[in-house]
Design a protein around this ligand. Structure first.
Ligand SMILES: [Zn+2]
Ligand SMILES: [Zn+2]
Length: 429
């Protein structure tokens, strides 16, 4: 080996293929506590935490403990004209199930309790030196990161705060013993995900398979390699199954645009009745008041709760409609051949859509809380109505639609080298 090669070997960069823009990035050996981002699309590629496994385990265990505490005692209480009603966290889905709102109860149970708790369990199992069967380990790490967007505990928390403001006009609201543990659970589960690096976790399970020699600063597609979306390995473009995680894949998601557009159209079709049909019924002294999403916003506004009216308006009306327009625009931009391209701006739009989409669930959770808390018999009772199920479906479908979109399509038609002179190998030492 000549000295030049040796020198190159000493300063060997680990090459990472950016999952969002397909750029091969040479990342120098990171010192603990630092992270590397893609120079083209600024996606976080790898983070070296000081205690890459001990910290997520400690946080996940505390999170589970907090969730257990949160399920034990009264969560919130309400008192109207001397009649008091206390609910626990588990009573919310139970009320839904017992009154034939199974879909709503299932949404709640799944996104607010089961999925977050399962993810915390998975983190503990994967990061401690327990000898699990290899197949189970691989399966757990494959689905752990897929489930991340479906953990909606913090959105439920925001929903509770909104319901309080809605209810303050009618009676006294009290926070139960379980409320604080639940807030801590929300914060801890977010933190557990934050300090777990996908790259490092897979490296622990099994070393990365060797990949053909490639050059940093060029796209993977041009050099005949593709990314394994599950375990971040770099694979030859014609290798269908990943040798590390056994996930099958292609250079680009097959029929990505077709899937995205068809899911988008389905959600658009459901969005119309979701807005026209009532989402909840308020029964008070023999009168039934049916309210749609928009009617709820107007009512809050007229009551003078301007900030909450704005939150609901933004989360339930503006975000879903703007999200649908944005997804449509992304597909159109990825599909067209001619015209000026601005991939950085389109990528920003994609990131916003990905981040903001799940927050539309807020109104669904508000109704779940209202319907289980406001049970005062003839005095005042609130029931969910069919519109809210449709609305929840719209949110889920637009989330799927955004997931089916392959962000690399935005970057594919622009030339890496002459598009941006900044993109060279990042400075090593
Ligand atoms: Zn990138
Ligand atoms: Zn893989």
């Amino acid at each position: 080996m000549c000295s030049g090669q040796q020198h190159q070997h000493e300063h060997k960069h680990e090459q990472i293929l950016c999952p969002q823009c397909d750029l091969v990035v040479g990342v120098p050996q990171l010192i603990q506590g630092t992270k590397a981002t893609c120079p083209r699309c600024h996606t976080m590629l790898i983070a070296r935490w000081r205690q890459p496994f001990r910290q997520p385990v400690a946080i996940a265990i505390s999170a589970l403990f907090m969730l257990l505490m949160a399920c034990q005692f009264t969560f919130v209480s309400m008192e109207v004209a001397g009649i008091a009603n206390n609910i626990t966290l588990l009573q919310i889905p139970r009320v839904m199930f017992s009154e034939n709102y199974i879909e709503l109860g299932a949404f709640f149970l799944l996104f607010v309790q089961i999925v977050p708790a399962f993810c915390m369990f998975a983190i503990i199992l994967l990061c401690t030196p327990i000898n699990l069967p290899r197949k189970l380990q691989i399966w757990l790490s494959r689905i752990l990161f897929q489930l991340k967007s479906w953990c909606m505990a913090e959105i439920f928390l925001a929903g509770i705060l909104v319901s309080f403001v809605k209810l303050m006009a009618y009676g006294d609201i009290g926070l139960g013993l379980s409320f604080l543990p639940y807030v801590l659970f929300c914060l801890l589960q977010i933190r557990a995900f934050q300090c777990l690096d996908r790259h490092t976790l897979w490296e622990k399970l099994e070393p990365r398979p060797e990949h053909p020699p490639i050059e940093s600063g060029k796209t993977g597609l041009k050099q005949g390699v593709r990314l394994c979306r599950s375990c971040t390995a770099i694979l030859p473009v014609d290798q269908y199954e990943c040798s590390r995680c056994e996930v099958k894949g292609h250079a680009r998601k097959p029929k990505s645009l077709q899937w995205t557009v068809s899911l988008l159209i389905t959600s658009l079709v459901l969005y119309i009745p979701a807005n026209l049909l009532p989402i909840m019924v308020t029964e008070s002294l023999g009168n039934s008041l049916y309210s749609t999403i928009m009617a709820g916003v107007i009512l809050l506004w007229e009551d003078g709760s301007y900030p909450v009216a704005m939150v609901i308006f933004i989360a339930s009306i503006m975000v879903p409609s703007l999200k649908m327009i944005a997804i449509g625009w992304l597909c159109w931009d990825a599909h067209r051949i001619k015209g000026k391209r601005d991939p950085a701006r389109m990528h920003f739009l994609y990131e916003v859509v990905e981040y903001v989409g799940r927050w539309s669930m807020i109104d669904v959770f508000v109704i779940a809380v209202l319907a289980s808390l406001v049970r005062m018999g003839r005095l005042m009772s609130i029931y969910p109505d069919f519109g809210v199920v449709l609305f929840a479906l719209v949110v889920v479908l637009t989330m799927f639609s955004a997931m089916m979109f392959d962000p690399r399509l935005t970057w594919d038609k622009c030339n890496t080298e002459d598009d941006n002179p900044m993109i060279k190998e990042p400075k090593g030492d």
